[in-house]
Design a protein around this ligand. Structure first.
Ligand code: G3P
Ligand code: MG
Length: 243
């Protein structure tokens, strides 16, 4: 239980705007074990860190992410929607995030744009000390990554449909982990993962009761929007007694 690995989901996204340098810096301060982030590709082929395919929800920009060049995306305001004092947080490039976090905690780069694989591998070449796991819902992309990077740790994301088929892909990929949506996890899935020696990391979990139950079942870690809050509720500090 004490070993439950906590990824900060999109950075510490309950405390700062998701997928910004502020959210990643906060994840570091909060003592997360790892950071999860989402990667798209700019119009000029640069991996950038944002969840949605379009800009409207989390920035003051409009349209598809891949319609704009890196410089424009970096200059957007990706912070004000969350709270006014985050105004000026831009859409970071993957390189900026690696510069901040590589070698400091584990990084799970979720590759959202299936065309971004090669650019992500190239960006990682500059950070040999980075402890990285690449994940995707798209198994075609994962197989391409496996061919290009035979030793790269990969994880299969799963959110619907047949988990046995997803596990078959994970085995064929020599994946390092399986990342199912938390509510899909049950004993049969965990037994199958155990027999493949595949650690399971569940998303997204901020409820301590749910985290405890998953840990008891053998889940290796969770993706939490509020890793500091979850850790505090899982392991409350003893109240000092005054004599
Ligand atoms: O990688 C886990 C989780 O981030 C997958 O879903 O939509 O939050 O990227 P999403
Ligand atoms: Mg993600």
């Amino acid at each position: 239980m004490s070993g439950l690995f906590l990824y900060a989901h999109r950075g510490a996204s309950a405390e700062a705007p998701e997928n910004t340098l502020a959210a990643f810096a906060r994840a570091l301060e909060a003592g997360a074990d790892g950071v999860e982030l989402d990667v798209h590709l700019s119009a000029d082929g640069v991996p950038v860190v944002i969840h949605d395919e379009t800009l409207e929800r989390t920035t003051d920009g409009e349209g598809p992410v891949d319609a704009w060049e890196r410089e424009y995306l970096q200059a957007l305001d990706a912070g004000s929607w969350f709270a006014p004092h985050f105004a000026g947080e831009g859409v970071p490039t993957l390189d900026q995030v690696l510069h901040l976090l590589a070698g400091r905690l584990r990084l799970n780069l979720e590759v959202k744009d299936v065309r971004a694989g090669q650019a992500v591998l190239e960006a990682l070449r500059g950070y040999p000390a980075a402890d990285v796991m690449l994940s995707s819902f798209d198994c075609g992309l994962l197989f391409a990554l496996r061919r290009a990077a035979p030793e790269m740790p990969l994880a299969v994301l799963h959110d619907a449909g047949n988990w046995r088929r997803a596990l078959g892909y994970a085995e064929a990929l020599r994946a390092a982990a399986f990342h199912p949506r938390a509510d899909l996890i049950g004993r049969p899935l965990l037994t199958a993962c155990r027999s493949l020696r595949l650690p399971v990391y569940a998303w997204t979990v901020d409820d301590p009761g749910e985290a405890r139950a998953l840990a008891r079942m053998g889940v290796a870690g969770v993706f939490a929007n509020d890793p500091a809050g979850l850790r505090g509720r899982l392991f409350p500090r003893p109240v000092a007694t005054v004599r």
